[in-house]
Design a protein around this ligand. Sequence first.
Ligand code: DHB
Ligand code: FE
Length: 288
Amino acid sequence: MNRTHARITASVYSSHVPAIGAALDLGKSGNEYWAPLFKGYDRSRQWMKENRPDVIFLVYNDHATAFDLNFIPTFAIGCAAEFQPADEGWGARPVPKVVGHPELASHIAQSVIQQDFDLTIVNKMDVDHGLTVPLSLMCGQPDAWPCPVIPFAVNVVQYPVPSGQRCFQLGQAIRRAIESYDQPLNVQIWGTGGMSHQLQGPRAGLINSEFDNAFLDQLISDPAAQARVPHIDYVREAGSEGIELVMWLIARGAMADVAGGPAPRLVHRFYHVPASNTAVGHMILEEQ
Ligand code: DHB
Ligand code: FE
């Protein structure tokens, strides 16, 4: 049967850390400190080559780069034709510009807003390490990213931030939006940020491997239960920046099993400490 509409083929989850981008850009990915981290993504880069999507819907957070305290959208969808890597203080990363998909992004905005989620439409924005580092980890250092990317920014920086439950429900709405797009595109949805880390205050440097691995277990097996976990648990157990993990629930909420379909297949799971101040977690779930 010829497909007429878009579908979600897989969800990908990955931490972001600016130092990972710097290690790659400065040619240090093979050294003693970084090699074990990048090794954990070897299989993923191969998988990306074999399962190249038409579009990546990339859920990430901006770190006061495109948005600042003047303007704090809870959920913002990038509808532009392209997005430039941001200057985060040491110049922009030497990575390709991000080519968007304005037609699909606009369709998703229309559908998701009609499903009662208030998205901010963004027609011009730069993208920081929250978006470019997961792309680098999954795609390496190509001259151009392998496909268009729709940036979807979530506020997990300035309180109040959205709950895990809200993120999980939003993922379900995004799935319905993608499946109602009348072009037969293969779309991956990525959830990024996390895992446990805290960058400031008396608990700076906090890592909680037990919490992180329990999160990964439950995200796979019972995402609805994970969605009920309140913020305070993330912040207490995984550190102030551990709250970035709620973004993974958007990608997980978009998988078929949440809509009554078959469970996804776990293709790859990886966990590594240390990477700068952050525990790095990574997972690929493929639709059956
Ligand atoms: C680090 C981690 C982050 O998530 C971030 O946005 C900035 C820095 C770190 O571990 O250094
Ligand atoms: Fe971050």
